[in-house]
Design a protein around this ligand. Structure first.
Ligand code: VGL
Ligand code: ZN
Length: 202
């Protein structure tokens, strides 16, 4: 197996105190760093995405002054702003590929992003022979969900590491994990997945 890790949107605006702060977001930043340090040889490729919205306009209805927190949101992750930076507790030194998404439009999936100066993420994965991906980051009910579903659609074997994600809302996050399981995704704590006790990865 050739295994990738997707680190989805671990950015200041999605962590406590940010424009769209998710409870547990800062913990995810620390815990993903600890996971990468504990398993330095586990991943053949580490891909990290950032939501990266235009400062101009409403990014295709994604920004709103009266957000519904489902399809529209307060302004967040504006290109070049501190909110769009990776959370400082995420150690990005192990990241091989940086993906930017959402320039002028909503883009929940990492696959909708652009690799800086490179081809599509699908192309990067196939060129590297990636056939298995583990997904961590923010937010469970939005960008983690969409990225994991697209990974299944791309033919990859997919696990979501449930101790390394956090969601906007609890009910929708649980529903998202159930939807992912129905789509064939393994959802389990990182320790179980690493130990191979889920049947997902050895
Ligand atoms: C996200 C809401 C709006 C996410 C991005 O990263 O999950 N959520 N934009
Ligand atoms: Zn966004």
């Amino acid at each position: 197996m050739t295994r990738a890790l997707f680190v989805v949107d671990v950015q200041n605006d999605f962590t406590e105190g940010g424009a769209l702060g998710v409870t547990g977001g800062a913990h995810v930043a620390q815990a993903v760093t600890a996971h990468l340090r504990a398993h330095p040889d586990r991943y053949d490729l580490v891909v990290a995405s950032r939501d990266w919205h235009s400062p101009d306009g409403d990014n295709g209805g994604h920004f709103s002054t009266a957000p519904d927190f489902v399809d529209s949101w307060p302004p967040h992750c504006v290109q070049g702003s501190a909110g769009a930076d990776y959370h400082p507790d995420l150690d990005t030194s192990a990241v091989d590929v940086h993906v930017l998404k959402g320039d002028g439009r909503p883009a929940y999936s990492l696959f909708d992003g652009l690799v800086e100066g490179g081809p599509s993420i699908a192309r990067v994965l196939s060129d590297r022979g990636v056939d298995e991906v583990e997904v961590v980051g923010l937010a469970t009910d939005h960008c983690v969900r969409a990225s994991a579903l697209d990974a299944v659609a791309a033919g990859l074997r997919v696990s979501v590491l449930t101790d390394l994600v956090a969601g906007v809302a609890q009910g929708p996050s649980e529903a998202a994990l159930a939807e992912l399981r129905a789509a064939g995704v393994t959802t389990a704590p990182s320790a179980d997945v690493v130990a191979g006790s889920t049947g997902a990865s050895a």
